[in-house]
Each structure stands twice: as C-alpha cells, then as structure tokens.
Design a protein around this ligand. Structure first.
Ligand code: ATP
Ligand code: MG
Length: 274
C-alpha cells in the first residue's frame, strides 16, 4: 500500500474509534459519598460491558482500597504518571471484574499539589496523560479529593461531565453553590465543554424531615439536573470497603446496591444514548 493511502486509512480508522467519556465525581465537602459512588457505578458500568477506567485521584487512596487493591499492590500509581516517571499504560491495573481497570493512588499524590505548581500548563497535566489511553475505554471515572485544589482542577479540565454527590443537609446547599461558582470559572477559563451531568442525593434518609426539605429545595433549584434515584443510607454500602469489595458485589440485594444499579442505568440512559 502506498504511504499516502496508508495514512488516509489510518486517519479514518482513528476517527471512527470512539473516545471515552470522562466523568469527575466531585464535591469539595468531605465524606459525602464520592468514592462509594465511583466504586459502585464503575462496577455496574463494567458489568454492563462498558470498558471502564477508574482514576483514583485522591491521595487518601480510598477508591483503590474499595476495589480491594492494597498498598503493596500499588507499585506504580497515578502519581508516577503525573510526574512523568511512568506511562498510563504502565500504571493501570486490570481488576478481576471484567472490563474494569484502575489507576491507583497513594499518599504520594499529595506532593502533586506542590510539584504541579511549577509545571507549564499545570491545569492540563491529567488531560494530557489521559490522552494516551482515551480510545481504550468507553468511560473514565475520576475520584476527586475533598478540596478544590490543583488535583480537582486537573480532574475537571480532563472531564467531559461531572457527577456531584451531595448529602441532604443544611450546609450542603452552601457548599453546592460554591462548587457551581467554581465550575463556571473552570468552564469560562479552562474547559469550555465541561457539563454537569447531574447531582446525586446520597445517604438519603426518607424519614428525616430536614432531608426532605433540602431535597425539595435542591430539586426545585436544579430541576432535572438532580437524578431521580437517591441513594439511601445503607449499612451494607459502608461495610463493603472493609471487605475490599464494591457494595454492588458484596450484597447486590441490599437497598444501597439496588439504588446504585438503578442510578447507573439512569446515567447510562442520560449519557450514552445516541
Ligand atoms: N449510602 C451510604 N450509606 C451508608 N454509608 C455510606 C453511604 N455512602 C457512603 N457511606 C460511608 O460514608 C463514608 C464516606 O463515604 P465516601 O468515602 O464514599 O465519601 P467521600 O466523599 O469519598 O469522602 P472523602 O471526601 O473523604 O473522599 C464512608 O465510610 C462510606 O462507607
Ligand atoms: Mg473519597
């Protein structure tokens, strides 16, 4: 084949391949269910045959632990890829659940906040390294730390869409409005195409009057941006990480697991139709 024909064919092949859709799960408030959401959604997506990459982008490494990947197995982590010591392909670990792959993290990642500060285009570093594997997956889910620092900004710049877990508590609304302002700034300055996929109500307690009131306020303010499925407070979801298992595998019949499966379907319908 002549070089020109080869180049044309290769170009068409590349254009026909689909790029993964990238989601960040973000909320600067701690303990609202970001990691639990990532672990359970990623597993459910993988079980529906989506090729999934989870990036644990939190120095706490909770997503890695939640998938049963212990410290000793985290030889190469997302920190090595960010700092240029390894490629993404070298750090990604295939999970025993088919179609599920993890870029792990350890406390080393906390150094990135400082180290990235001296990088040229420091907000774009994750986006840049992700491009190496972006055609290998259908979906990438990034677990963010509970802050709006440089790690979270990198995640938002690398993303197409965001998922925001929130607890129905009094201060949640204040936190949410601060987050939405930050997202507008990122959209204006760093990533024009960033979209909010939706708000996920987590640790939902139907019997609690305050939960109910906050839910009414959030739904009337953000309307269809709030997913219909709320995730209930459920002890099986909180037990699962200590067994190194996602809740949807640990006890698939529990109310929490059922809610995450329903939520996954809602997200797939919203984001992957057409
Ligand atoms: N629906 C739920 N029902 C009961 N417990 C839950 C639920 N969701 C999360 N938890 C528990 O609440 C705690 C915080 O959840 P998680 O780690 O997912 O939050 P996070 O937002 O990722 O926290 P951080 O901000 O520290 O990263 C964990 O112990 C988790 O097991
Ligand atoms: Mg977390």
């Amino acid at each position: 084949m002549k070089q020109f024909e080869f180049n044309q064919k290769y170009k068409t092949m590349k254009e026909n391949r689909k790029r993964a859709k990238v989601f960040s799960v973000v909320n600067q408030k701690g303990g609202v269910g970001k990691t639990t959401t990532i672990v359970n959604l990623a597993t459910t997506f993988a079980m529906t045959k989506k090729r999934v990459l989870v990036i644990d982008f939190d120095p706490q490494g909770n997503a890695s632990t939640g998938f049963g990947i212990f410290q000793a197995q985290r030889q190469k982590t997302i920190y090595d890829a960010i700092s240029g010591e390894a490629t993404m392909k070298e750090i990604i670990i295939p999970h025993k659940i088919a179609n599920l792959n993890i870029a792990t993290s350890t406390v080393d990642l906390s150094a990135c906040e400082v180290e990235l500060a001296s990088f040229d285009k420091r907000e774009y570093r994750l986006r840049q390294i992700l491009s190496e594997v972006i055609y290998d997956y259908d979906c990438v889910l990034i677990d963010c730390p509970p802050s709006l620092g440089l790690l979270t900004i990198n995640a938002l710049v690398a993303s197409d869409s965001i998922l925001i877990p929130m607890q129905c508590e009094f201060f949640s609304l204040e936190g949410l409005s601060h987050l939405l302002t930050t997202l507008d700034l990122i959209k204006e300055n760093l990533n024009h195409d960033l979209k909010i996929s939706g708000i996920i109500l987590t640790m939902h307690d139907r019997r609690n009057k305050l939960t109910e009131q906050v839910e009414v306020d959030v739904r009337s303010f953000l309307q269809e941006k709030v997913f219909k499925t709320a995730v209930p407070r459920n002890v099986r979801l909180s037990e699962a990480p200590s067994h190194g298992m996602p809740g949807v595998i640990y006890d698939p019949r529990s109310q929490g697991a059922q809610a995450y499966m329903k939520l996954a379907k809602e997200i797939l319908d919203r984001e992957f139709q057409g």
